[in-house]
Design a protein around this ligand. Structure first.
Ligand code: SF4
Length: 482
């Protein structure tokens, strides 16, 4: 019997609402849930094609052990006993920190997983956490901690009231926003233009969302020079709120000195954005009744992701738009997570690594994972819902030093020379799970797991040719960014 069930996507923190058509207990189609209170019909292509994972021939449905003749199914009892014995022996021989954990987005965005994960690793005596956030978001946590006192104090644009919105390195209509929700992004940006404001996209690519406003091309990875010149022009032209600066900020003169060498002309040589264009944008920003700058993945992943976010937040702050209507706002959340995190201390900036790279929100830089394995610091790795070979920016090293890798995932993958792979719970199999944005009272379902043909354009990891590696250049970036 055909039926529609309502759930939400667990791939990333956006947790978009999904309407799943089920026929005879089998997933037929996944569509956006247009009535979902938060996502309001937004989903990305990953969410609507998740049945490809559910029905993938690579999907793991029982524990597997690597043997001389390939992967062999084993019982849960055998898997737990063998993995446990190896981890115990390694902990006794080399200490808890020799056992590392790699967390992928679906596990990181899971509400309950961190409770068990953190308790488990505390018991092991390990603080070796790696994960996908250090490839694209920890630059923001790092700046928040330095600038606002906690990694989890995050400002976001007041899109409903601003008259000038600048979006750098982001495409919200297609991929959502980083670390905040903006349903109907394109429509709400069009609303800014309709009420006489401006929405400006700075991007090396003509992104789809740019149809809502104006688009300016920039040379890839030169955003830091554009932002430095924007801030300099703003300061030189008197576009700062000195009353607020005197009352609330420190370090203004140092900030001013640090960007004073970046004129509109000098940045133009590097970024390709004309000096007059930059000046005109700064003038529009100054004249606006509420202005906000926002950046996301395209800049986060660049060589200067942390510095860019620092400059961007500085522009929002010194212009008087921080914590102001039409500028950027600070959410308080359901509880004061920033205070809780600061009191616990575990997720604050730390310098525990021999190479000097920091750990941010408890994460070692994932771009250094291969080096840490080759250097002998990591001897066992538990991978949760990820594929570090694809997700890390420094996969060039051969992880020959690894002694044990256990992968907890829904799919078989080419992640490290794993000895054991155990299936994780698949979200299409537990529609009843309670989440922040789940609609209450809707019935659950159990979807079948037989393989079906994959949609066009979706490849299994085993069959994907030329799986891309980002290359060595990401190594330093990761360390600095995260
Ligand atoms: S943005 Fe995409 S991957 Fe993230 S929750 Fe929504 S549908 Fe899933």
């Amino acid at each position: 019997m055909r039926d529609t069930r309502y759930t939400f996507c667990r791939i990333c923190e956006a947790t978009c609402g999904l309407a799943v058509t089920v026929n005879d207990n089998r997933v037929e189609r996944i569509e956006p849930d247009r009535d979902h209170v938060v996502s309001q019909g937004f989903v990305c292509v990953k969410g609507t094609h998740f049945d490809a994972v559910q029905n993938s021939p690579d999907r793991i449905t029982e524990p597997l052990k690597r043997t001389a003749s390939g992967w062999q199914p084993i019982s849960w009892d055998q898997a737990m006993a063998e993995i446990g014995a190896k981890i115990r022996a390694l902990r006794a021989e080399r200490g808890g920190d020799s056992i590392a954990h790699f967390v992928g987005s679906p596990a990181g965005a899971n509400v309950l997983a961190p409770l068990f994960r953190n308790a488990f690793f505390k018991a092991l005596g390990s603080r070796r956490f790696y994960g996908t956030p250090t490839t694209d978001t920890t630059n923001k946590f790092r700046v928040n901690e330095d600038m606002y006192g906690s990694p989890f104090r995050l400002a976001f644009p007041d899109v409903n009231h601003c008259d000038f919105l600048m979006v750098i390195g982001a495409n919200p209509a297609v991929s959502g926003n980083t670390l905040y929700h903006l349903p109907r992004a394109k429509g709400r940006m069009r609303d800014i233009v309709k009420r006489g404001g401006r929405v400006v996209f700075i991007n090396p690519r003509r992104v789809e969302t740019a149809a809502a406003g104006e688009h300016y091309f920039i040379r890839p990875d030169t955003d830091v020079y554009f932002l430095a010149a924007f801030l300099n022009e703003l300061m030189q032209g008197g576009g700062v709120d000195m009353d607020r600066i005197d009352a609330y900020f420190t370090g203004y003169q140092a900030l001013r000195d640090s960007v004073s060498g970046w004129s509109a002309e000098r940045q133009a040589e590097v970024t390709g954005i004309a000096a007059d264009t930059l000046r005109e944008l700064v003038a529009a920003h100054r004249a606006a009744n509420g202005a906000a700058l926002y950046m996301a993945t395209g800049v986060n992943q660049g060589r200067h992701g942390t510095l860019c976010f620092w400059l961007l937040e500085a522009i929002n702050a010194v212009s008087g738009n921080l914590d102001a209507r039409g500028g950027t706002l600070m959410g308080e959340g359901l509880f004061d997570m920033a205070r809780e995190v600061n009191e616990a201390g575990d997720l604050l900036l730390a310098h525990e690594r021999k190479d000097g790279f920091p750990t941010v929100v408890g994460n070692h830089p994932s771009g250094m994972l291969a080096d840490d394995i080759l250097g002998g610091e990591v001897r066992a790795l538990i991978v949760e819902a990820s594929n570090p070979f694809l997700a890390c920016s420094n996969p060039d090293g051969t992880p020959g030093g690894i002694r044990e890798a256990a992968v907890v995932n829904t799919r078989r993958q080419r992640a490290l020379p794993a000895q054991d792979a155990v299936p994780g719970r698949h979200h299409a199999r537990h529609f009843r799970t309670i989440g922040f944005h789940c609609k209450a009272g809707r019935p659950g379902t159990e979807a079948q797991s037989q393989p079906n043909p994959l949609p066009r354009g979706v490849r299994t990891q085993q069959s994907a040719p030329g799986v891309g590696h980002a290359g060595k250049t990401g190594q330093g970036q990761q360390g600095q960014g995260g």
